[in-house]
Design a protein around this ligand. Sequence first.
Ligand SMILES: [Zn+2]
Length: 922
Amino acid sequence: MTANRAIRRSSAVAIALLALVGSLVVAQSPAQQQDEEFARLVKEWTTRPEFLSPLVDHLPKVAGVPSPKDVLGHHIGAPKKLTYYGEAVNYYRALAAKSPRVKVMTIGKTDEGRDYVVVAVGSEDSVRNLDQYRAYLAQLADPRPLSDAQARDVIAKAKPIYHLMGGLHSAETGPPEMLMELAYRLATEDSPTIRQIRDNVIVTLTPVAEPDGRDRYVDWYYAYKVDETGEEDNVGGPPFWGKYILHDNNRDINYSQVTMRALLDWYLQWHPPIVHDLHESVPFMYTFSGQAPQNPTLDPILYGELPWFSNFEMAQMTKYGMPGVWTHAFVDMWSPGYYGFMASNHNGLLRMYETFGNGGANTMKRRIDRGGEEGPMRGSQTTREWYRPLPPYTEVDWSIRNNTNYMETGVLSALQLTAAFPKVVLENFYLKSRHSIDSGKTEAPYGYVVPAGQPDMTRVAFLINILRLQGIEVGRATTEVKLQEGTFPAGSFIVKRDQPYGRLAKILLEKQNFPDPNLRTYDDSAWTMGLMTHTEVKETADKAILQVPVESVSELKIAGTVTGDPAGSGGSWVILDNGSANLTTLRYRLKDLKVQAAEKAFKVGATEAPAGSLIVAAGQSGDVAARIKAAVEPLGLSAVAAGQLPDVRMHEVKVPRLAVYSTWGSTQEVGWVRYGFDKYEVAYDLIYKERVKQGRLHDSYDVIVVPNQGGSGKRIVFDIEPKKKPLAYKTSDRFKSFGMYGESDDITGGMGLAGVEELQKFAESGGVLLTLGTASYLPAEFGITRRIDAGRPSPQFYAPGPIVEAEILQPENPIFYGYSKKTIPVRYANGPLLRVPEEDRGRQVIMQFPGGDKAVLSGLMKGASEIQRRPAIVDVPTGSGRVILFATNPCYRWQNLGEFRMLFNAVLHYSQLTARAATSNE
Ligand SMILES: [Zn+2]
């Protein structure tokens, strides 16, 4: 069928349906005054009649209760109007001030200091007794003290909370607008449908999940996008949304970012059985049904509930004549790391929409047919399929009001279903919680042991505290633990599976066995926490773990130790390198002291000090002993005094002048490195093409890190295509959010070949250039490392973030200080397949991938033989400096803590990264 015929046929169906709908559904209350202007304008702003529904084509007018227009000055969905975060919060506060059905709760602050809020809407009874309803849900979330009869009693009194989130992704501008209208409608409308929702369901919402990014995006919209007329003059988005990680705020599996953490904390206090995350991408509205691959550890009830809701929405909206509402074929249920998964991970129901949006508020023609595109969005989204009974059109004029109509109609339909079956939703929530506890008593594994006495307990603390953050109970064994897998010392950490979040513990700690290599997945296929953090975690099939006596752990803090006395100014302190990333922080906290690193293991009395241990001479000015104590103890490190300077080869660890290079077009992965450096207190300048093109880089910097970004050397070099006029990113009175984290007169154009030349001069004149992940295409493709080639795997190769083995070939290289094993787990980063001339391999390849299926430790790698013997890190002397190419990404999200040290070591030991092969035999 040709595209045009498809449009005509779909339109005909839609129009026929519309005629039918008009006579069936009357969704407004005849007794209530309606806002006639709203009805007229909404009709005008909606580009085709079938893009409107009887649920949202009207809005009541209620004396004394402000509508969005009363506060914002315009109705929701007005062309060329986007609402700043502060204005939205003002609206909700104004609504709450006048309606006993609305309450605003402040749950934290954003990175840039904005209040982070959650809004509740319900009947007067619900809002007055919110705490009581919260308590009922808490009982269902942890039903261990309840009998089934008692649970039934709680369910009879409880109401489900349905939580909605908009604005996680700042370029997806519609949801934060729609939610204001939704809140007003739920609080004021007297139609039977809305009354039933208000009485039976408590609706809570995160108006904007990334407030800092919202304001920056709205600034950007008014600066550059408000005049866009079509896809061809799209200038793209601002270089940043929030402070660090843009789109990846939906991949923050360990809740590193403050807003992500604030909402998780709120979630674990309120236990909404449903969390619904509102996104924008595919046409016209996709409602998530949780297609394969699915994580089999989650409750099967969840996989029944997902299509229960999405099919209802699709059926309702199709009935209203709205084309393009579909389900099933987008995103899957494998990774637990998406933000909204906080619900499904905690026995609730995750829901998600993708509504079609224009990245602003302009009405424009959109070409939709994307047939032939590769990746998870491959294939056309306009074909008729069993899961897409009335497809979207191949071309459409689309407005932000269309977007509002679709999303709000969908959400109201979902709420209608919840309100019709509130007890079913609550029963399911209760049963999923109950099953999680029960499955831990009847199905292996029954739990996990994180043994005490691991050389680096700070990584153990990282892991334990993330489990705790997620509400998972962790105990500390009060006696020695004997299980069929072995004996573990008293003090070991015990995660028992017979707890409400026992299933989540299993998901996070187990090896990921991807169910079918022929399936694709939307994000990572592996996340096994022990492998990611290089921490020992033992899974047990021994039921005895459930009986191990424990003390509960609320937060694990590792107290560092300082032992002995250097006995005078000739002595020294040795801070042991057991692999903790905190050793890096220690160096920065003592940045004014001379610190040296041992190049080999040695003994201090009876204590073994591994290579990489830091040595601080006691005779330096100031109270060195007090400084050591103040730094070592809170960082959980171990320092031992030595009567003299140890007799071991050592080098000075100078604090480097460090820069992190970012393109303007791809700041996200740079953001993760910035976040990692900030958390570990590594000082750096964030630089862009502007600084690189100025040249004389080695006058300012010893080390430049180019984080994973762009996907190819070409994209890093040429970055954003120049537009008709410059895109400045500089702060001004009108656009206050610009210029944060860097300034530019024009963010387009990239560093260009002149910039590449400067990076080359930097390395040749003695600088250390570190490229991570896909950024390692840059030196190879642009000749900075002339003899290194960077290839790509075959089209059959597929590696969505598995964890694989890497083999350290030069253990003496300072990059590997803190690593005691020769073979370590790393996350496969889909960096370049590097090739080093055979005669240079021995000196330059310092880590490699053994490759093959046996080396895949968790998750999916299809075609694992293609990486056999490929370099994972290459150290290339260049002039008097060097280029170090990581094919791995040693700072991947807030996740692969076990790899961070390779990056930190390369930075701190920059002056000693001479090729170690020559000296490794001595
Ligand atoms: Zn999104």
